[in-house]
Write a protein that binds this ligand. Structure first.
Ligand code: 3PG
Length: 395
């Protein structure tokens, strides 16, 4: 981005890919639950505007099926974006249609347009290069240069992330550069002890990263819904807790290979149903009653994880320890997050739900070394995969 600003952008149209895929409150449609991703891209937009560029911002939201779907409109994001930016944002009613064309044509230096959800167009995510290419042509026509600051989407081979870059002079935004620098520090020679905390619901989603980290991390602390498949693999009954039967053999194999490097919860908070007002109890992880489901790690586990974190020089955390959105099951995530803030080393929160949890639980963001905006993207980076969005910027 600095390179582009040094070249000068005054009067030029800059097409910026951002990741404004923010979570919404479950029972209040249109209410943004966490605006971290919008705030994260503001420095780039402000720098471009201040330098006299006309800025066209594009993003996806959720996973609509390639056609307009009011449930996934970016309209509420445009409103919040304008509030945070402190200046107007013109929201185009479509992505590349007449409304977008008109809004872009009317742009003056310093002005900002947000296009409607990219995924309202089948071309955005198509596996067919030609179909994606045709959509990328339409997007590229809006800009003189392209800036990718959508770190959360760099692992997607999508038109706005991958194909547009080959059609315009392209630059990495400040957010993408910062995120990559942090992840490099985690993969190339991290200071040890290196402790990784993984949560979230599915073992299958985290398998590749567990494999990659087994060779690097000194300890892997596992909580969240996925810990029950590991507990079952150790031979314990897990009641009605989340379980991926098809992953049991894999978990057994991982446990055998990892030895004491994988640390599992020793107690869990169980509930008689999945609800904030369910009956709850804290039980040993080896004694989950039939019919009850584990929805959080318990206090002894928080203490165990805190102990494992003490003295760590590098920490990476991805995935909540429990259903933190419901108050009775938030203590595990809160406890582990607080323990991370006390670590006297380099601490990274890997995107998505864990970043949202930090803010939803009112924790001090500044107490963490880095809070990533990319969930899937940071995991794939740590897995050592090549990320299409970064590849395209390097080409
Ligand atoms: C994310 O939330 O991880 C990114 O915005 C990517 O979204 P996706 O998984 O729907 O591609």
């Amino acid at each position: 981005l600095d390179e582009l600003l040094a070249e000068g952008v005054s009067g030029r149209r800059v097409l910026v890919r951002a990741d404004l895929n923010v979570p919404f409150l479950k029972d209040s449609p249109g209410q943004i639950a966490d605006d971290g991703r919008i705030r994260a891209v503001l420095p780039t937009i402000t720098a471009l505007r201040d330098a006299g560029a006309s800025v066209i911002v594009m993003s996806h939201l959720g996973r609509p099926k390639g056609e307009p779907d009011p449930k996934y409109t970016l309209a509420p994001v445009a409103t919040r974006f304008a509030e945070l930016l402190g200046s107007p944002v013109t929201f185009a009613g479509d992505t590349v249609g007449p409304s977008a064309q008109e809004a872009v044509a009317a742009l003056t230096p310093g002005g900002v347009v947000l296009l409607e959800n990219l995924r309202f167009n089948a071309g955005e995510t198509s596996k067919d290069d030609a179909v994606r290419g045709a959509f990328a042509d339409q997007l590229a026509a809006f800009g003189d240069v392209y800036v990718d600051d959508a770190f959360g989407a760099v692992h997607r081979k999508h038109a706005s992330v991958y194909d547009v870059a080959s059609r315009l002079p392209h630059y990495a935004g400040g957010l993408v550069l910062r995120e990559v620098e942090v992840l490099k520090r985690l993969t190339e020679d991290p200071a040890t002890p290196y402790v990784v905390i993984l949560g979230g619901s599915k073992v299958s989603d985290k398998l590749a990263v567990i494999e990659a980290l087994l060779g690097k991390a000194d300890k892997l602390l596992i909580g969240g819904g996925m810990c029950f498949t590991f507990l079952k693999a150790q031979g314990h009954e897990v009641g009605a807790s989340l379980l991926q039967e098809e992953m049991l053999d894999t978990c057994r194999d991982l446990l055998a290979r990892a030895g004491d490097r994988i640390v599992l919860p020793t107690d869990v908070v169980v509930a008689d149903r999945f609800a904030g007002d369910a009956a709850t109890d804290t039980v040993a992880a080896t004694a989950i009653p039939a019919g009850w489901l584990g929805l959080d790690i318990g206090p002894a586990s928080v203490a165990l994880f805190t102990e494992a974190l003490s003295g760590a020089k590098t920490v990476f955390w991805n995935g909540p320890m429990g259903v933190f959105e419901l108050a009775p099951f938030a203590n595990g995530t809160r406890g582990v997050a607080e323990a991370i803030t006390k670590v006297d080393g380099f601490t990274v929160v890997g995107g998505g739900d864990s970043a949202a949890a930090v803010r939803a639980l009112g924790l001090d963001e500044a107490a963490f070394g880095h809070i990533s905006t990319g969930g899937g993207a940071s995991l794939e980076y740590l897995e050592g995969k090549s990320l299409p969005g970064l590849e395209a910027l390097e080409a």
